[in-house]
Design a protein around this ligand. Structure first.
Ligand code: ATP
Ligand code: MG
Length: 266
């Protein structure tokens, strides 16, 4: 990765406070009384099984979902208030990348500053090329997402977030579907960007190696509730059997899980 002197749009970094957040869809509870504190400038990793509510939680921080009850604050600003987006530069790297396939990599990155008329076309070019350089993607500026590997698409999605000069950077499953080396590379990128820009970083992930390597703090979400919060070191040998089983599942061919799933439905 190229060296960079990137800094957030302003020197300000924001913490995130989640207070007794609950969310139901059509009466079905997904988040249940979730409270968390993310400090300014830290990397906070949220782990948990599929369907436990991680993406829904991240969308509340990004202001894309409204709480059923409870509140989410970015600094002193309410995340569900649309005006907060004018006060905090926030970027979300979506689970599936959410790139526009009909646009080149360059145009994908230029879209947000163009739509928000953030600066002149020359200024946009500078921002876009700078972000591409940070992710070592300069040569891909003219390519379309369909021509890129999964790892490159993830890097483009991160570069697009950087163009927003974020003060709060949210990643949803940044290493899913990648090989172990590319996962490690993306993990290094996330940590390096935080080092260089002091951007508060919240990562939703299943990737235990990522969490242990770069989290200042991490939380485990299970069935919509926070099961545990601590430093990465606290989760090296967890006492809670449910967490130990989630982080280091054993493969038991004599008593396989899918048989238990069948029993659950009987
Ligand atoms: N807009 C929605 N309407 C109804 N139900 C939803 C909606 N969004 C999420 N859900 C439900 O909320 C639950 C949690 O979903 P979520 O996407 O947050 O899981 P997740 O922890 O991110 O899972 P994964 O690890 O597989 O990405 C799921 O049962 C899902 O079907
Ligand atoms: Mg998800």
């Amino acid at each position: 990765m190229a060296d960079s002197s990137a800094t957030p749009a302003s020197g300000k970094t924001f913490g995130v406070t989640i207070e007794k957040l609950s969310k139901s869809f059509d009466g079905v509870p997904v988040l249940k009384n979730v409270s968390l504190e993310v400090k300014p400038g830290e990397i906070f990793v949220i782990m948990g099984p599929s369907g436990s509510g991680k993406s829904v939680l991240l969308k509340h921080i990004a202001g894309l979902e409204q709480p059923t009850s409870g509140r989410v604050f970015i600094g002193e600003f309410d995340a569900s208030d649309p005006a907060t987006r004018d006060k905090v530069h926030l970027a979300l790297v979506f689970q599936a990348g959410a790139l526009f396939n009909s646009m080149t990599v360059y145009d994908n990155l230029a879209l947000y500053p163009r739509e928000h008329r953030l600066c002149s076309e020359a200024g946009i070019r500078e921002r876009v090329m700078h972000a591409l350089q940070i992710l070592s993607l300069e040569k891909s500026a003219g390519q379309y997402p369909g021509e890129l590997s999964g790892g490159m698409k993830k890097r483009v999605a991160i570069a697009r977030a950087l163009v927003m000069e974020p003060q709060l950077l949210l990643y949803d499953e940044p290493t899913s579907e990648l090989d172990p080396v590319m996962s490690a590379t993306i993990t290094e990128i996330i940590a390096t960007l935080r080092e260089q820009t002091a951007v508060t970083t919240i990562v939703v992930s299943h990737d235990r190696d990522l969490a242990i390597a770069i989290a200042d703090h991490m939380a485990i979400l299970m069935d919509g509730r926070i099961r545990a919060v601590g430093t990465a070191a606290d989760f090296k040998s967890p006492a809670d059997p449910a967490i130990a089983n989630f982080l280091s599942p054993t493969i038991d061919l004599k008593n396989p899980r899918f048989k238990q799933l069948e029993n659950d439905y009987e």
